[in-house]
Each structure stands twice: as structure tokens, then as C-alpha cells.
Design a protein around this ligand. Structure first.
Ligand SMILES: Cc1ncc(COP(=O)(O)O)c(C=O)c1O
Length: 527
């Protein structure tokens, strides 16, 4: 071999073979076969270098992600870090004007200092906040002609982990997912490594059977004698499936004839529903104006009498009601719609709530290169034709692995613990000065305001609410720049910005609930 081709050289010009990354090997020139100037002999991928990279990267993931998900340091040392806060530069955000001037506990400069020096800020941060332009620079995202060597790629992995939000951190409460499930993680590693596609039994025998087993158990839990389903990449897609199936049930011709000739279809959901209902209606050509948002009670549950009234009104207007989409656990308030009463109304008006065996009829396209009916095995396992996708990830596998590891009782315990922690937090909120519940929670969503000292004596009039509206975003900014906590906030149906805490992670403890309230108070008490 005379000279390495350019692509084998690291960007710094050095021979990269001693520190191989995904560089390509030179194919064998013995009995060389050339086609269009390309040598076809031998493998071109350096498997050894690739294998070493996988090993090193897995070690990094273990150390930087998995072990840190329960890193005890962050539980004990946050207070030590807080002691340094007074030295930080105070700033006053221009959009805020409180009686007491707001002093930021930490300035951007101070927050970024730890990052610049690469020093551990003594506690494992939930996030290391950087504005987009700075982050782009830090990550060096540009894709170049030459590949990079092993050590550089590992550094990149490290940076990716460092600047990503640690959603598995015990103080990440931002959304409706959190924590680390070790068994699901391994399942995901396996499926990424095996790279299956769940459409035919011939390419995905194991994962198709796994999905069937999980669905069977879930159907059993619901209490149905039979049923069908597929795992989707999330709730929004599932809502879209439901809407499309309901429409197909209402007018099966739509599959061939499309939207032309359809009456004005109208669907009903609660005013607290997830926004994916609107997105689905728009995507499916139903139109967002044809989503009727039924009024809810004070706890966020759909009012059945209101539903029936709105269905009757739509019928009178000549529209065609076809679906009621109820919610069990609304996104913000965690409310459960009264399913029995809603089901009765659906029955009276012939609206969709549940129909078996529709997925395949609705979605099948019978692709002849995948779903041949003359295969040598039972083609009912080629379930891919029930999906709107072609390739599909084995999403059920993660769940199966966790279920196998914990057992049904273990899963139940997790739910019970999350609910007990929620109840603990609610009681703490009631006890503490400056915290106010929006309402008694029905489930694990706890919505509350933090009222800073300067507002505590103020009458709850328009000025109070206008000022309170600014508090949650300001505290959120502080917590992210400090990296101590991530919690979501939102205004909701006439209520000014409030925090929403949903206990989900199996890693959180009572101490984390205490920390949550202590930290909000610490970050907001000067407001
Ligand atoms: C009630 C409800 N439905 C649907 C969704 C959307 O789920 P996904 O984010 O998986 O699309 C959410 C997400 O929060 C939700 O709360």
C-alpha cells in the first residue's frame, strides 16, 4: 500500500489508522475487480475501528448518562453551590416590574463560567443552558469532506451528552416523560443494534410476536374479550389513527374516493384535549373548524350533557358527527373524562368510540413486494399493513422488556409510588407559605402557583394576576440557567402562568419533591 487516500487522513492531516474512526479500509488489490474505477474486492469498512468505537461510546453512555441518572452528588451539593450565588451579577429583566426589584440569582456570565472552564459545577446539572448561536459554535456542527478520527468522535459524543437536557435527571419535571428505565433502555439499544422493521414476520419474527403479546395483555387489562392494535410512535399519531379509523368506519368509500362527496364531518372532544386533535383534523382534511370542543367542569372533565347538546346542534345544522375523542388523563390538569356517560351518548347517536378489526381494512395497501399472500408461513403475522408507515420501529419491545423486568406488580407499584409522591407534594404545597394549588389534582398532575413575598399581601385583583403571570417564566429562566431543575409552566384557559409538576420518573423521591419547592422559593423569594 503506497499512500493512504485522503479520506483515511484525519482533518489534521495525520495518518488516522492508529486512531481509527469510521474511515474506510483500502480494498484488497489481489485479483482486483474494478467497476467504474471502484475496486470491489474485500470489505471497505474498518470493522475493528467501528467495534472499538461502539465499545468506547457505550462506556461513555454508561458513565455520563446512566450512572448520572441517579448521581447522588447532585442531591447533596446543590446547597453548597447555592452558597456561591450572592457573588453573581444581578440583572433585572426589562419586562418585569415588581415592588421589590428582581435580582437574578445568577447571571448568564456566571452560569456559563463553569461550562467555559469545563469544571464540574459540583452538582450534576439537569441542563447546561447555552443560547443557540453559542451552542452551534461549541458543537462544531458543520459536515466536512473528511471524516474525523476516533478520539474526536468520542469528544463529540461527550459534547452531545453534556449539552443535552438530562431528561433522566431526578430533577427533570418539564414534560410528561422523565427518568430512566434501565430495561427499556437496553431494549432500545438492542433494537437499534438489530435494526429490525416491524412489517413482515420474515424480517421481524421476534418483535411481531412481542407486539402481539403486549397488545394481548393490554386488551385483557381493558377488559375486552378481543381487540386489535399497533404501537405507534406516540400519542399524537395514535389520535390521528383513531380519527382516521372513525372516519373510515363512517364512510368506508373514503379509502378509494377521497374527500370529495363527503358531508361536513364533525368530531367532538373536550376543551382540555391535547392539541394533536386539531393537528390531526387539519392533516386529515377534516378541518380544525370541525373539531367541536365540549365544555368541561371545574376539574377539566368533559360534561356529558354539553356533549349531547353539541351533537344535537351539529345534527340540526346538517353536519355529520362521527367521533367523540375522550381523554383519560388530560395533558395539563390530568383529568379523566366520564367514559361511561360518553359511551352512552355515542351509542345513542351512532358515534365512534371503539370498533374492532378496522386497522387493516382501513390502511392496507397490499404492497406486493412485502405482503405476498403465497408465503410459506402464516401471513396474518405480517401486520405492517395495519400501519400508515412502511418501516416501523418495534416500539412495543421497550415496554415488553420493562414489563418482563418489573412484572405487572412492579408496574403497579411504580404507579402507586408516583401517585403517593404526588399526594405528598400536594400536602407540602398546602403547608407552605407562597404556594397555591390551582385545584385538587385528580391524578399525578399538580398545578400550582408560586406567589413571591412582594405579592403575598396584594388583593387578588387584575394587578395581582398580571404580576403573578410573570413569575413562573422568570423562575423558569433562573432554574435553567442554574441547571438545578426543569419544570414546565403554562397559562391555561384564563388562568395565569402556573407550574405543572407530573411525577413520572421511578428515580424521584420525597427529597426531590422537597427540593422542587425549596428551589422555587429560593429562586423566586426576591421577587
Ligand atoms: C392526552 C395526550 N394525548 C396525546 C399526547 C401527545 O403525545 P405525543 O407527544 O407522544 O405525540 C399527549 C402529550 O402530552 C397527551 O398529554
Amino acid at each position: 500500500m503506497s499512500r493512504l487516500p485522503d479520506r483515511e487522513r484525519a482533518p489534521d492531516g495525520n495518518d488516522s489508522r492508529g486512531d481509527t474512526g469510521p474511515q474506510e479500509m483500502v480494498p484488497s488489490r489481489k485479483n482486483m475487480v474494478l467497476v467504474d474505477g471502484v475496486i470491489l474486492n474485500g470489505p471497505t469498512t474498518d470493522a475493528k475501528a467501528g467495534e472499538r468505537f461502539v465499545e468506547d461510546a457505550c462506556r461513555l453512555i454508561m458513565e455520563e448518562v446512566v450512572l448520572k441518572a441517579t448521581d447522588i452528588r447532585e442531591k447533596v451539593n446543590v446547597k453548597a453551590w447555592d452558597a456561591k450565588i450572592p457573588k453573581l451579577v444581578p440583572t433585572l429583566p426589562p419586562h418585569l416590574s415588581f415592588q421589590t426589584p428582581i435580582q437574578f440569582l445568577l447571571s448568564w456570565k456566571a452560569a456559563s463560567k463553569c461550562g467555559e472552564t469545563g469544571q464540574d459545577p459540583e452538582f450534576h446539572q439537569v441542563c447546561e443552558w447555552r443560547p443557540p448561536e453559542e451552542l452551534k459554535r461549541l458543537l462544531d456542527l458543520e459536515l466536512r469532506d473528511a471524516g474525523e478520527p476516533h478520539h474526536r468522535l468520542l469528544e463529540r459524543c461527550q459534547d452531545i451528552i453534556r449539552y443535552s437536557v438530562k431528561t433522566n435527571h431526578p430533577r427533570f419535571f418539564n414534560q410528561l416523560y422523565a427518568g430512566l428505565d434501565y430495561y427499556s433502555l437496553v431494549a432500545r439499544f438492542m433494537t437499534e443494534a438489530l435494526n429490525p422493521s416491524v412489517y413482515t414476520y420474515e424480517v421481524s419474527p421476534v418483535f411481531l410476536l412481542v407486539e402481539e403479546a403486549v397488545l394481548k395483555k393490554m386488551i385483557e387489562f381493558i377488559g375486552w374479550k378481543e381487540g386489535d392494535g399497533i404501537f405507534n410512535p406516540g400519542g399524537s399519531v395514535s389520535n390521528m389513527y383513531a380519527m382516521n379509523l372513525a372516519r373510515y368506519k363512517y364512510c368506508p368509500d373514503i379509502k378509494e374516493k377521497g374527500l370529495s362527496g363527503l358531508p361536513r364531518l364533525i368530531l367532538f372532544t373536550s376543551a382540555e384535549c391535547h392539541y394533536s386533535m386539531k393537528k390531526s383534523a387539519s392533516f386529515l382534511g377534516i378541518g380544525t373548524e370541525n373539531v367541536c370542543f365540549v365544555e368541561t367542569d371545574g376539574r377539566g372533565k368533559m360534561i356529558p350533557e354539553e356533549l349531547e347538546k353539541r351533537v344535537q346542534e351539529a345534527e340540526k345544522e346538517g353536519a355529520a358527527p362521527f367521533l367523540v375523542c375522550a381523554t383519560s388523563g388530560t395533558t395539563v390538569l390530568g383529568a379523566f373524562d366520564p367514559l361511561d356517560e360518553i359511551a352512552d351518548i355515542c351509542e345513542r347517536h351512532g358515534l365512534w368510540l371503539h370498533v374492532d378489526d378496522l386497522l387493516k381494512r382501513c390502511y392496507s395497501a397490499n404492497a406486493s413486494y412485502l405482503f405476498q399472500q403465497d408465503k410459506f408461513y402464516d401471513v396474518s403475522y405480517d401486520t405492517g399493513d395495519k400501519s400508515i408507515q412502511c418501516s416501523r420501529r418495534p416500539d412495543a419491545f421497550k415496554f415488553w422488556m420493562a414489563w418482563k423486568a418489573l412484572g405487572t406488580l412492579g408496574l403497579e407499584e411504580r404507579v402507586n409510588r408516583a401517585l403517593a409522591l404526588s399526594r405528598y407534594l400536594v400536602e407540602e404545597i398546602k403547608k407552605r407559605e407562597g404556594f397555591k394549588l390551582l385545584m385538587e389534582p385528580e391524578y399525578a398532575n399538580i398545578c400550582f402557583w408560586y406567589i413571591p413575598p412582594s405579592l403575598r399581601q396584594m388583593e387578588e385583583g387584575p394587578e395581582f394576576w398580571a404580576k403573578l403571570h410573570l413569575v413562573a417564566p422568570a423562575i423558569k429562566e433562573r432554574m435553567m440557567k442554574k441547571g438545578s431543575l426543569m419544570l414546565g409552566y403554562q397559562p391555561h384557559r384564563g388562568k395565569v402562568n402556573f407550574f405543572r409538576q407530573v411525577v413520572i420518573s421511578p428515580q424521584v423521591s420525597r427529597e426531590d419533591m422537597d427540593f422542587l419547592l425549596d428551589e422555587i422559593d429560593l429562586l423566586g423569594r426576591d421577587m
